[in-house]
Design a protein around this ligand. Structure first.
Ligand SMILES: NC(=O)c1ccc[n+]([C@@H]2O[C@H](COP(=O)([O-])OP(=O)(O)OC[C@H]3O[C@@H](n4cnc5c(N)ncnc54)[C@H](O)[C@@H]3O)[C@@H](O)[C@H]2O)c1
Length: 243
């Protein structure tokens, strides 16, 4: 796999889970990373990761706040090559109970937040090209009960990738989607009840959930030159669940 030597990555939702795993892997591959998250735990993580890591408290849905994220990346590390739109929330609300506010929040984070991120990094990426990854979900491959807010917003994120791919290609910016299945992170463990978690695990042909590092390795592939002919594409990483 080509390394990320000298590249600069912004990873949203970087305080824990998949975002934190991506930060560690990208750093090991030579990149510098700017982590952002609503959860301030990322500050301690960035400290632990050292000189080539920075953290900023930021809500991806705060469009104006993206200017500060870009400014931090450019002033600390001089450029922006990679954006991972990873921040996400989950919850179980049936269609007759989800409130307009809750639906809006899913859309604000998963769709508008990803869009604002792309718009914010565009001027910097136009200088030398870049790679964006949208982290959607296998919930955007079909429908599930009580998951309309999460699922519909992740379907829209898939769409965002495909439309953005066309508009960004002339600037040498590639954008692709990862669709993770069940990944063993704090988000997965929010699923109510051990019985539900056991049933979900048993439904996976590999009989286990993925781990954050298994998504990070796919993200590394998608942001490295190893995937230089891929844009607007989708990689399902689910232990065979949708095979
Ligand atoms: N864990 C799974 O099973 C699974 C499956 C499919 C897709 N995903 C997706 O993968 C991505 C990463 O999730 P994870 O598994 O690491 O979960 P996680 O809950 O461990 O991490 C998500 C991070 O996003 C942050 N975040 C939430 N809202 C934010 C906002 N508005 N602005 C900035 N940061 C915010 C959280 O504070 C958290 O640190 C999410 O987009 C999620 O939807 C997860």
């Amino acid at each position: 796999m080509p390394s990320l030597d000298g590249k600069v990555a912004i990873i949203t939702g970087g305080s824990r889970g998949q975002g934190a795993a991506e930060a560690r892997l990208f750093l090991a591959e030579g990149a510098s990373v700017v982590l952002t998250d609503l959860n301030p735990d990322g500050a301690a993580l960035a400290e632990e990761l050292g000189e080539r890591a920075a953290f900023l408290t930021h809500d991806v849905a705060d469009r104006a706040g993206w200017a500060k994220v870009v400014e931090t990346a450019e002033s600390r590390f001089g450029r922006i090559d990679i954006l991972i739109n990873n921040a996400g929330i989950t919850g179980y609300e049936p269609i007759d109970q989800i409130t307009p506010e809750r639906m809006q929040r899913y859309m604000d984070i998963h769709v508008h937040g990803a869009l604002y991120g792309i718009q914010a990094v565009l001027p910097a990426m136009r200088r030398q090209g870049g790679a964006v990854v949208n982290v959607a979900s296998t919930a955007a491959l079909r429908g599930y009960p009580t998951y309309v807010g999460y699922g519909v917003s992740k379907w829209a994120m898939r769409g965002l990738t495909r439309y953005a791919a066309h508009d960004l290609v002339a600037d040498g910016i590639r954008i692709n989607t990862i669709l993770p299945g069940g990944i063993d992170t704090p988000m997965l463990n929010q699923a109510e009840g051990a019985a539900l978690i056991d049933a979900a695990r048993n439904a996976v042909p590999m009989k286990r959930f993925g781990i954050a590092e298994e998504i990070a390795r796919v993200a590394l592939f998608l942001v490295s030159d190893a995937s230089s002919y891929m844009t607007g594409a989708e990689l399902v990483v689910d232990g065979g669940l949708n095979a």
